[in-house]
Design a protein around this ligand. Sequence first.
Ligand code: 9YT
Length: 129
Amino acid sequence: MIVRKLKDLLGTPREVKAETWTSRRFLLAEDQMGFSMHDTLIKAGTKTQMWYQHHLEAVYCVSGKGELEDLVTGQVYPIEDGTFYALDQHDKHILTGHTDMRMICVFNPPLTGLEVHDETGAYPAMPGT
Ligand code: 9YT
């Protein structure tokens, strides 16, 4: 069994900071659960373009307000506490934080923890996927 506290991830390699977000990774590939699970903070007033070509991601917003734009259809969805979305088509998208937002994110395949977004907004493929 794995039991972790958010406070114990802070300041460790499991807390990853980017310009527009900070991701605290409860589960990574090394935990061998088949997915990774993150508690991610999106900064107010930011826009992040993402396109996870090698991963599926599901996201559940538990606080804050923002919007999600599907860059394929142009559809814009309001995001708030209680909104869930799944990028089941590796959907290219932009996430905007109107306020600070807190998102619970699950990735399949799991992140190793070392990925950074490339210029397309993707994380690289895991070796072997
Ligand atoms: C919600 C979202 O996709 N934020 C970008 C960071 C990513 N989810 C991560 O690595 O936690």
